[in-house]
Design a protein around this ligand. Structure first.
Ligand code: GTP
Ligand code: MG
Length: 224
């Protein structure tokens, strides 16, 4: 296969993640032709540490995680995009498993499933449990509407062909980008698959998702 047909940009979205951004950059490097950190105007040393570790660093437009995804996709130089969080929740060693689904043409987008791979977060406290149940409900509604059999539409760890991402013309600028990607792919006839991947607890810093304040956003996004 030619270099162009299977080269990978790993996009790490990060806001105030100095606790471990350098380690994540190092961990994804073996699986990346390019490592791009999209920074959300961090007030800590995230940008500096990411660049020192060898990543290219750009800024998002300040609108949120979804806007960061779109900025990363626009800027990526390779034709396969892997999105991974910067808080140590995801398993970088699973990147080849994700990419393989695209290079073998089994999928146009592949999502890492916590339902298949397990999670250290789901049952740890009431907030996490509510997030799991809410995520399950959103997954069910998407499956019913699109006759799909997915298990985890909200996990940020995923891979997608760059041209497919750009064709989706995504509107979401926040955490609702994850299921908007799935909905648009299914609606446009792209193949979406999942692979098992374990989720760890956030290893440092603080969550950027105020679950209750933004809960309505996740359900509105189901409407289009
Ligand atoms: N560039 C950018 N990154 C963001 C923004 N908001 C969140 N992120 C990153 O998106 C990833 C997911 O955010 P988290 O705060 O971990 O959200 P979460 O996984 O739902 O919450 P936890 O379970 O507490 O980890 C992290 O790497 C964040 O740093 C943003 O506005 N811009
Ligand atoms: Mg997280």
């Amino acid at each position: 296969m030619s270099e162009k047909s299977d080269s990978v940009t790993v996009i790490i979205v990060a806001r105030d993640e100095e606790g471990g951004i350098a380690g994540i950059v190092e961990q994804v490097k073996p699986y990346a032709d390019e490592v791009l950190v999209v920074d959300g105007h961090s007030k800590d040393r995230t940008r500096e540490l990411a660049a020192q570790a060898g990543a290219r660093v750009i800024l998002d437009n300040g609108k949120g995680k979804g806007a960061a995804y779109k900025a990363g996709a626009d800027d990526a130089n390779k034709n396969i995009l892997v999105f991974i969080d910067a808080d140590g929740s995801h398993e970088p060693d699973d990147i080849p498993k994700l990419v393989q689904q695209l290079t073998s043409e089994q999928a146009d987008m592949v999502v890492a499933s916590r339902m298949m791979g397990g999670s250290d977060e789901f049952h740890g406290n009431i907030l996490n449990y509510i997030r799991m149940v809410g995520g399950g409900l959103i997954t069910l509604l998407i499956n019913l509407r699109h006759k799909a059999q997915l298990t985890d539409v909200l996990n940020g760890f995923r891979a997608i062909k760059k041209d497919v991402f750009l064709n989706l013309r995504l509107k979401a600028n926040d955490f609702d980008i994850e299921h908007e990607m799935v909905i648009r792919c299914l609606r446009m006839g792209y193949k979406v698959t999942e692979v098992a991947s374990h989720e760890y607890e956030r290893k440092w810093g603080r969550s950027k998702l105020p679950t209750f304040r933004k809960a309505h956003m996740f359900f509105w996004r189901l409407l289009g």
